[in-house]
Ligand binder design. Sequence first.
Ligand code: BGC
Ligand code: NOJ
Length: 795
Amino acid sequence: MNCYGHFDDAAREYVITRPDTPWPWINYMGTGDFFSLISNTAGGYCFCRDAKFRRILRYRYNGVPMDAGGRYFYIKDGDTVWNPGWKPCKTPLDLYECRHGMGYTRICGEKGGLRAETLFFVPLEQRCEVHRVKLTNRSDSPKQIQLYAFVEWCLWNASTDMENFQRNLSTGEVEVGPDVLFHKTEYRERRNHYAFYGANRPFDGFDTDRETFLGMYNGFDAPGQVLAGTSANSVAHGWSPVAAERFDLTLAPGASEELIFVLGYVENPAEAKFEAPGVINKAPARAMLDAFATDAQADAAFADLRAYWDDLLGRFSVASDVPELDRTVNIWNQYQCMITFFMSRSASYFESGIGRGMGFRDSNQDLAGIVHLIPDRARQRILDIAATQFPDGGCYHQYQPLTKRGNNDIGGGFGDDPLWLLFGTIAYLKETGDFTILSEPVPFDNVPGSEVTLLEHLKISFRRVATSLGPHGLPLIGRADWNDCLNLNCFSLDPDESFQTTENVVGGQAESLMIAGLFVAEGKDFAELLDRLGDAEATAVRSAVRAMEEAVKKHGWDGEWFLRAYDFHGGKIGSCACDEGKIFIESQGWCAMARIGADEGLCDKALDSAVKLLECEHGLVLNAPAYSSYLYQYGEISSYPQGYKENGGIFCHNNPWVIIAEAMAGHVEDAWRHYTKITPAFGRQSHDLRKVEPYVFCQMVAGAEAARPGEGKNSWLTGTAAWTWKCVSEYILGVKPQYDGLLIEPCIPLQYGTYRIHRRFREAAYDITVRCTDGGPGKVFIPYSPGRHVLEVTV
Ligand code: BGC
Ligand code: NOJ
């Protein structure tokens, strides 16, 4: 039953109508370097720049009750204590509504005639969350209430915050002002940053020591001070600093009170750290508080935020007869692409924000979702990523956002990584036409003095894969390819080892058909780019591509589909001869996108096999049958129970590869069916089955062999966002950015084949009415020219 909420497309919001969603349904706030996660009950946390090293609020992953910690408002109205977001007290509310919008969340609760409307957002270009609270007495008698605003501080490093208690419980320090509480742990030594939580009026009482506020044995659901309607004005020395502020309010019938809170983060220059010995320099915090002191200021900041998103989402929109398609394209898919670009894989309700840096391949793929929205930031990201490459073309698998340095713990050696730099850069070039990026000097491994041009990095990337071939002339897989869990040279029998970082067996010769397909597809694009630049290396690229195509046809075709890999010993993976893992999705998608053997019918056959053997009710699974036991020669893939993650899950990231390949093959109905299965707006799963947010893609939906097929996991941060965007915008709606213009080449069932597109492209804006005819699918090229264009296109 879809009883937890619905879309409000006009407002670009998802409206949650009951708080006890099957899993916290979250939203993100922030557009610069200050970000927040906020659930539908106001749980979550924020950080500046780096979710591990600059965590501002404490959050307990996988604790019970679920989703503990956040920005909690407590209202004490007579003997009743309640929260507008229901949690943590869980006092039954008379009314509850949460609206997740573009970069903001509104939560409204009502109890006993008192309505509390809260709005949370991160203003543009500010390092803070703004919380607005409006209380309205809707009863006919006066009310005297207490409002408490509460947050718990993280001691900055989210990792040590959870483990080094012998130190942590002695370091906490705060300062107290009449309207603001400061968190300054470790500021006395090497840190130059602090956080604060302030209001636009003085509070009537406060606490900064957690146990004094809660009571030693109480949870967030029963803070002793709130239950008593008091504050102890406690000053934390060590233990766990918090900010709890009490306001005593009197509300006549019909009257409202509005408060504005700022939860901010400040960095001071070394020479201006203190305003007196041991006293933090509060001027920047005061300035931030002053910037949101009045309703008019907060209104203006919120209007600016809305304008930011209106402008971005106004760059590409569709008006079709399919509301599910429109809301995905116009709102949620683009929004998810932006969030994924901002966060990479660092912080979600499945990613703890401490585990991973920015992935080399992930970040390159994420670009495809945002080049049309924030090209300048895409440009910088490409240069940052390329700077983590090694001189031999290999690359760090991950880098840290704070330092932009490659992550030594993981190192390199993933066979596919270098090719993604071609993918990301070409996406940027086709969108922007900005060829100057290719001449930018970019170092290797961030070593000053080692700079070569970005173009040279691209060449080195291609050559690296072209020369790392195995016995069948196919690319060596290394530690793994796109499928991080296909660890064919690892042979791990030790549960304490990481599959991805364990020293591989020397001389590993395992080969990947996924990389082969990627190599051919990207190689063709790269040769086209080199031609445009008049660069003679195009010839060598083309011949490497041809050789790879031959190798795939000779050694990579299993009869009905493309093989997946050759293992360490030269055995086939993803072959009809295998008992399990007979067929895999990645090589069907990539070899068919690369159109390898298309003339001989290989792509059509491979795609038909995918439909026959991989498709289930909720999408295409990654491999079938899934592995039923651990096979140490294959690695992490077989560590997952059947139907989950890389072992037979519907790994949504790779479904668009097949959809795009279906579109390229002209299989209109197949492409559309696959797309509607994985796109949440089409509501393939009930809310209770899907469990996670119905407005964003998840990395994985449990596959046919799972215990609960259709159950979603790992929502929000996934390459699925960028790939479904590429798939729907370029292949289904068919608006393909090219170096010299837009190619319109749709692949959509005829009954939906008339629609309007608004597309900003460089210095141009196109309003295009597309009409598909049964003579299609065809294509029309629109050469780029600056200005406004209104066009009708029949294909
Ligand atoms: C997951 C992969 C992920 C990898 C990252 C694995 O446990 O299954 O999806 O790419 O970890 O390191
Ligand atoms: C998630 C990782 O972030 C990505 O890099 C990888 O390609 C997929 N999992 C598949 O394993």
